[in-house]
Design a protein. Sequence first.
Length: 402
Amino acid sequence: MTDAYIFDAVRTPRGKGRSDGSLHEVTAVELSTQVLAALRDRNDLGGSEIEDVAFGCVSPVGEQGAVITRSAILQAGFPNSTSGIQVNRFCGSGLEASNIAAAKVMSGEVDMAIGGGVESMSRVPMGSDGGAMATDPAVTFRNYFVPQGVSADLIATKYGFSRDDLDAYSVESHKRAKTAWDEGRFKKSILPVKDVMGVTVLDHDETIRPDTNMQSLGALNPAFAMMGENFGFDNVAQQRYPEVEKIKHVHHAGNSSGIVDGAAGVLIGNKAAGERTNLKPRARIRSMASIGSEPTIMLTGPELAAQKALKRAGMKSTDIDLYELNEAFAAVVLRFMQAMDIDHDIMNVNGGAIAMGHPLGATGAMILGTMVDELERSNKETALVTLCIGGGMGIATIIERV
């Protein structure tokens, strides 16, 4: 097995995932195309050096269907020889795609590849692809299915996190994201999105609200109380977790991840490929792990994936300088810090999806690239990137700065 190195990473800004969002008129294919072209052009590559591209996409239907990766490869002007694959591991898709690209390099199948992802949530709404997990009674009954928001509230209830705990974390997410933008921490990897005329339509994350405070969040109603209490999902969850007397519905739009559009890509290769193309490695992928977890509570997978990745790397949690966990819901991050005994000072130091949004198929690649930039900026050595995943799964990747 050979080492896999990260040479570069780019991402679009995240645009509001609604019809009035700045990226609504830009298709997912075009977002992906601009990311791929940027990775090629800013690294002075001809394109033939990149042998394969894996892109995550969680709703691969309609204009996001038909192996969107291959469409973007051709639109970007890559040679016909560059192959592409579309990957769906729900919220972990972008990191899974990056791990697939890395695994291809490590195995010797390719010398250089791109991993990444895309999601245009304003154009292809979440859940457009359907699926038995949430709709087939034979499947939902056996697995005690509940919606993710109810799972997040179950985590908060079971592990003792109050609404104030969640809201305080969310205020800090916006504060950190604003600081990161003000200090230019993302400037190395942000790719302004242009329209067909070449005019920039978005050059910053669109959903950060720096004036967010406990009072403004306190005015928001719980988002998942009706489906939990009126539709019976609380009772389903309590059948699996009878020790929980009553689920407290504490998540709302302000302490959950935002719906946004965006794309990202990570350029990965072996040492020989870097030498041939005069590219300097920025980070080495040290370990990767994917796990399955209990599907009702669903979102506790990151701690298990992190533990597996640490074990495979021969490391302890204290060997990691920075942690990055997708902020799907505030309780997910609070539980991870509790379970892993991690201080908030080294967790999501630049804010996260509560402030900037979660473009489902792209987020994993986005935060992987963010950690490459942050290790260099802060002169740190190691980072662990992880995401919770619907249906009870988790994924994690450990990188070290070169």
